[in-house]
Design a protein around this ligand. Structure first.
Ligand code: AMP
Length: 284
């Protein structure tokens, strides 16, 4: 296995990207905040297949955390991340420091207006502005031909696709399926926050999505009916506080009253101090 190289310097990364592009080679980027799990690995594996240079960015981005969120305590384990990234054949870990990414006086933001304040944006004002800004910066630094994101963060993937289209960014976006534990819980770096009782209660997210899919399979098309059954199931779990449960158009994120073709079913809950999200796509 070739040693994975770690680059922290922005100009060094840009110079390498220019060189690789000048040789006509393809750059693939997998943006992450680290504390890697099988979800990240699935992105790295897909990226490896189509990239001459595979770059994984590892950056816990301060601008996507609210003032009372878990930026300081977000799980970090660089040595473990480096081992996992290497084992998936990652060529470069791009790991910038926050002070270089956001030097004093920086004042420019990328905001996907309208979409960024829906769903998760309602309880996390500024979150998606932080995401789309850092992803833009990563695109400008790593200069990928293709970048990989997980369906797990469906709203994030939708916003990034919108941004790339709206701003004519010359990068292809690939969105890959959510990787789950055997019992259905979507993998997330934040799952380590859960104690055993909370971990058990967290199963209600995927169960509620399965319930919705079952109802749709049986012919139910009314969002109100499906949502009320999902909420009923979630409310049975006393440790779980729902934040939103929604059935929306997967492009505009507008609520759908009836499911007629494509839909995104998404939910966010709080379990103790941990906020968890999950979603599934419906295609009739
Ligand atoms: P994060 O490190 O949590 O910012 O995630 C980095 C990338 O991995 C994002 O594109 C996520 O959507 C993706 N990701 C996170 N969890 C999963 C999962 N369980 N399955 C697939 N992709 C995931």
């Amino acid at each position: 296995m070739q040693e994975t190289r770690v680059i922290s310097n922005i100009q060094e990364m840009q110079a390498l990207a220019d060189k690789v592009r000048a040789y006509g080679k393809k750059i693939g980027l997998v943006p992450t905040m680290g504390y890697l799990h099988e979800g990240h690995s699935s992105l790295l594996r897909a990226a490896r297949k189509v990239s001459d240079l595979l770059v994984m960015s590892l950056f816990v981005n301060p601008t996507q955390f609210g003032p009372h969120e878990d930026y300081e305590t977000y799980p970090r384990d660089f040595e473990r991340d480096r081992l996992i990234a290497s084992s998936e054949g990652t060529d470069i870990i791009f790991m910038p420091v926050a002070a270089d990414m956001y030097p004093k006086g920086n004042t420019t933001w990328v905001d996907v207006a309208g979409l960024s304040d829906k769903l998760c944006g309602q309880s996390r004002p500024g979150h998606f502005r932080g995401v789309t800004t850092v992803v833009t910066k990563l695109f400008n630094i790593v200069k990928p031909h293709i970048a990989f994101f997980g369906q797990k963060d469906a709203q994030q993937a939708i916003l990034i696709q919108r941004m790339v289209q709206d701003l004519n960014m010359d990068v292809r976006i690939e969105v890959l399926p959510t990787v789950r534990e055997a019992d259905g819980l979507a993998l997330s770096s934040r799952n380590v926050y859960l104690n055993p009782r909370e971990r058990q209660a967290a199963l209600v997210l995927s169960q509620a999505l399965n319930l919705a899919q079952g109802l749709i399979q049986k012919g139910e098309r009314s969002s109100a009916t499906i949502l009320s059954k999902m909420r009923e199931l979630i409310e049975k779990e006393s440790l779980v506080v729902p934040e939103y449960v929604a059935i929306v158009d997967p492009i505009t994120l507008e609520d759908l009253t009836k499911i007629s073709s494509k839909a995104l079913i998404a939910l966010a809950v709080k379990i103790g101090k941990t906020r968890l999200i999950d979603n599934c796509s419906v295609l009739l």
